[in-house]
Design a protein around this ligand. Structure first.
Ligand code: BGC
Length: 347
């Protein structure tokens, strides 16, 4: 048994009554810690988010595979914080009290991690934050805080490249023939690192690729398909026939825009180009059906696998050298462009 585990348990016995109580009933203490059993807690900002739910499906599958290959029983407890940071703080407390070896947190409010990081440090239970990135200073508050995600700027760059390539290759997109790409942006939640950075980098990349752009408008649709449909219907009316490109911060909002286009009287051949990010199942389908010009694959398999591997190593006091950690704390999976040209790799 590793020294760290003993230390962790010692602290639990010394100071945290609730953990000791639960430990006695369910989880193992340092003396009898059986690395044949580990417990991983997970709390999601919202179980209804398409990307998050697809990522969790992968995570659960990897956990089952790992259980089989390692012979270690892995108990997962996955909770939905229903977009409430207070609920999530409580959930993390309960997961720690129940004796989780590590907790994976998809923060509701990425600027409010301190209740969770304090709980983690006081109880010596490591936390892997994922997908909703906290600022570096917060992640550095304790050595056993990690982050698994991707590089937001890369997704913006690749999305901008897809849009620029399409605009340059396909004269039909430039409806008014002025050589300028009139676009609107559908943004995710205000304050989410991926909304801010993707919006900036996608458009800057189009310009760098030599496309002159004109922003007609934008709407915040919080990553959500139904909200995007409503907002896009309003934008279509407002800019009556002028929109040439719809740049969405994720696939669900791109799909919402397509829902609005389908519900409008605009014939498909006159639709604006639509680009997204994620490569969700339905996003890939929309690329295949040529409703979307392309998307940027957000590697949910890679993120799920790295998060599971990291959680496993932490919980079993294993060797972290196989985990591609940057600065000992971050794992970031690369994004990839996904268009009709390479779609067969993703089907
Ligand atoms: C994904 C979005 C998702 C969001 C949730 C982003 O990285 O691209 O689809 O809604 O994370 O935090």
């Amino acid at each position: 048994m590793g020294e760290k585990k003993m230390h962790r348990k010692y602290l639990a016995l010394a100071g945290v009554l609730s953990l000791v109580t639960v430990t006695a009933g369910g989880c193992k203490g340092s003396e009898e810690k059986d690395v044949k059993n580990i417990k991983i807690g997970v709390t999601l900002y919202s179980q209804y988010d398409t990307f998050i739910s697809e990522l969790m499906t992968e995570f659960t599958e990897y956990a089952a595979d790992k259980e089989e290959s390692s012979g270690v029983a892995i108990k997962l407890e996955i909770l939905d914080a229903s977009q409430s940071q207070l609920t999530q703080n409580e959930q993390v407390k309960n997961l720690i009290d129940k004796g989780c070896d590590v907790v994976c947190v998809n923060l509701v409010d990425r600027t409010e991690p301190t209740t969770i990081t304090d709980l983690a440090e006081n109880n010596q239970v490591p936390i892997i934050f994922f997908n909703r990135e906290l600022v570096t200073e917060d992640l550095e508050r304790w050595s056993e805080l990690y982050y698994v995600g991707a590089d937001a700027s890369q997704s913006g760059v690749l999305e901008g490249e897809i849009a620029a390539d399409a605009f340059k290759k396909n004269a039909d997109i430039d409806k008014n023939g002025d050589g300028i790409c009139q676009y609107v942006v559908l943004e995710g939640e205000a304050g989410h690192q991926d909304s801010i950075v993707r919006t900036e980098y996608s458009v800057n990349t189009m310009v760098e690729k030599g496309v002159e752009t004109e922003k007609l408008g934008y709407a915040i649709a919080n990553w959500n398909r139904a909200q995007a449909q409503t907002k896009m219907a309003a934008l279509l009316t407002q800019f009556d026939g002028k929109i040439e490109m719809i740049i969405a911060n994720n696939d669900d909002m791109a799909l919402g825009a397509i829902d609005a286009l389908k519900a409008s009287d605009i014939p498909k051949e006159s639709w604006p180009g639509v680009v997204g990010i994620d490569g969700t199942d339905e996003g890939i389908e929309a690329v295949k059906n040529e409703e979307m010009l392309g998307t940027v694959y957000n590697d949910k398999e890679g993120q799920a696998r790295e998060m599971l591997n990291l959680a496993f190593v932490i919980a079993t006091d294993g060797d972290k050298s196989d985990i591609p950690l940057i600065d000992g704390k971050y794992v970031r999976t690369p994004y990839h462009k996904l268009t009709l040209e390479n779609i067969e790799e993703y089907e």
